[in-house]
Design a protein around this ligand. Structure first.
Ligand SMILES: CC(=O)N[C@H]1[C@@H](OP(=O)(O)O)O[C@H](CO)[C@@H](O)[C@@H]1O
Ligand SMILES: [Mg+2]
Length: 565
């Protein structure tokens, strides 16, 4: 008997004929990596076509809508990439990544068909020609996006029963949000996204106590660097739906500048300089920067003199601001006599080893549980989902806040309960605020637009300037370096990438070096997106952090350098 998970002849010939139009590039090995496939756009049509097939299979397997995003985020404009959004709006299940790698690197249509047949059988995917699959397609503003969109569309529709829905030019988080919302049975147009964010923002503004200072004069304005990409365009639309807050967007894709060239969150965070178009005229005003696909957000302060150096208010500080606010709301809930069944909600924060040590100390001093995972949003997100409220951020500005469904249900019940009793109490307002935050923040994935609105409304609530926020703690000086080695995968780490277990002896040498520095901390790990080993060092002075990073980079070179075998 033919199993329903095998493709019939018609299905196989459809796949063979369409895949023969997309030959893989010669001599290039692609890997799904930390954030999907990325490469020079000219190398990608066959990969994107094949990821289209994978997305359709994933949709058949899960019986849910899947997302496919064409972007290379903060990479240069000539690059592009592709990644999958799973049914909950999160990253592709890690369990499917090896299949993605195998598909991308299959040398011929026949190999591709063989791989698909094997995988479909192993996963028990129904290929009965009756089951329906749907993939939402999004792309950023890169010029190569249109051709790659067409490759993705052909990949999806080469699987019988699968439809590709064009969602247009979007930020990555918008597409993830749409996938999550569609699978919850909600409306998912772009207008719905803007409406949900703007209405929950306005609602939060209305819940600011009268005695707390609101925006005044200069303070109601934020200037945002859109990295010459998609985020700026979308932020303008969002900004037009707000009342008190003025968002001035610079470096938007229609302004004609080159994507990610001297602009954007990655540039600002790594170089600690103002992006193109910002200068001493902006001193004292809150400034923020998005990356090329608007899933990262950092703030910065431009100094009055035109040295170019900025004060960076990074992902760690955004996390800290969110943690302070949410912790305060939880304490209102717990203190409130009128709230029955008050339970100690578990608030957890998640960071990676790249979090500045001063931020970790600060969060621990607040009495919060601080957890560490390896680099990559998929790991942070998974950990944060274990809490009633989990906040995660990478230092580079990628992060969000997750609310468990049971906690949201508990909050909803409390707001109803209190409406018949102590109406308008701080406890009820705290519950309403937390519910509004759960709607404002994009719980599918880190989203610079929703993150920016949450930062802005919390600053209003606190009555804080960016300077006051920046003073929460002082970053320890740090330095990041990259070392090119023969094989970066020879570095094997443990304990959330803080300890090298192989090659033997390297960690001992790093320890000996780090021990020489006051407040020294240093770790090395292979990058998941570039062919390098990254070195991160922290110490009490910038000079010491630089020297420590340089010495450890030399050690990495000695143990694994290009010359070593
Ligand atoms: C030190 C650093 O910033 N690493 C980045 C970078 O990963 P690497 O594996 O370090 O190359 O790109 C990832 C995807 O954007 C991002 O999640 C991560 O934080
Ligand atoms: Mg990005």
């Amino acid at each position: 008997m033919v199993s329903s998970s095998a493709m019939n002849d018609e299905q196989q010939s459809l796949l063979l004929s369409s895949s023969s139009r997309f030959s893989p590039p010669q001599g290039v090995k692609l890997s799904y990596g930390t954030a999907g496939f990325r490469a020079d756009a000219s190398l990608l049509p066959s990969t994107v076509y094949r990821v289209g097939i994978l997305a359709a299979l994933r949709s058949l397997k899960t019986g849910s809508i899947i997302g496919l995003m064409i972007t290379a985020s903060h990479n240069k404009v000539s690059d592009n990439g592709v990644k999958i959004a799973d049914p909950n709006g999160g990253m592709l299940s890690q369990h499917w990544e090896p299949f993605a790698d195998a598909l991308a690197n299959a040398p011929s249509p026949q190999h591709l068909l063989l791989l698909i047949n094997e995988f479909v059988a192993k996963e028990g995917i129904l290929m009965d020609g009756v089951s329906q699959a749907e993939v939402l397609l999004g792309r950023d503003t890169r010029p190569s996006g249109d051709a790659l969109f067409e490759a993705a569309r052909q990949g999806v529709t080469s699987v019988v029963g699968a439809v590709a829905t064009d969602m247009g030019i979007l930020t990555t988080p918008q597409l993830h949000w749409m996938v999550r919302a569609r699978n919850k049975g909600m409306q998912v147009s772009e207008q719905d996204y803007f409406e949900q964010l703007s209405s929950s923002f306005r609602y939060l503004e209305d819940l600011i106590p009268a005695e707390k200072s609101k925006f005044d004069g200069l303070n109601n304005k934020v200037i945002v660097d859109g990295s010459n990409g998609v985020g700026g365009v979308k932020l303008k639309v969002l900004g037009s739906l707000l009342n008190a807050l003025v968002i001035e967007v610079r470096n938007s894709s229609e302004d004609g500048g080159v994507l990610n060239d001297g602009v954007g969150a990655d540039y600002v965070q790594k170089e600690k300089v103002a992006p193109h178009g910002f200068g001493s005229k902006d001193a004292g005003i809150r400034c923020a920067s998005l990356d090329g696909d608007a899933d990262r957000l950092v703030y910065f302060i431009v100094p009055p003199e035109s040295s170019g150096r900025i004060d960076l208010v990074d992902g760690d500080k955004i996390l800290s601001l969110f943690a302070v606010f949410i912790r305060e709301q939880l304490s209102f809930l717990n203190e409130n006599e009128g709230i029955k069944n008050s339970h100690q909600a578990r608030l957890g924060v998640v960071q990676t080893a790249y979090a500045n040590g001063a931020s970790t100390n600060y969060l621990k001093q607040l009495g919060l549980e601080v957890n560490f995972t390896p680099t990559g949003v998929k790991y942070l997100h998974e950990k944060a989902a274990e809490f009633d409220i989990g906040i995660y951020f990478e230092a580079n500005g990628h992060g969000t806040v997750l609310f468990s469904e049971s906690f949201v249900g508990w909050l909803e019940a409390r707001t109803k309960e209190i409406s018949s009793g102590s109406n308008g109490s701080e406890g009820k307002k705290a519950a309403l605020r937390l519910l509004a935050v759960s709607k404002l923040i994009n719980q599918a994935v880190g989203d610079a637009l929703s993150g920016l609105l949450l930062v802005e409304v919390i600053l209003q609530y606190m009555g804080w300037s960016i300077h006051r926020w920046n003073e929460l703690y002082h970053d320890l000086p740090s330095r990041q370096l990259k070392v090119k080695v023969a094989d970066r995968n020879a570095v094997i780490t443990a304990n959330a990438e803080t300890v090298v277990v192989s090659p033997p002896g390297l960690q001992e040498a790093i320890n000996a070096e780090t021990g020489k520095y006051h407040q020294g901390r240093c770790f090395v790990r292979p990058s998941g997106t570039e062919d390098v080993v990254r070195v991160y060092a922290e110490a009490s002075t910038q000079e010491a952090a630089d020297t420590l990073a340089n010495s450890v980079a030399k050690l990495v070179d000695q143990f694994l350098g290009l010359g070593s075998s």
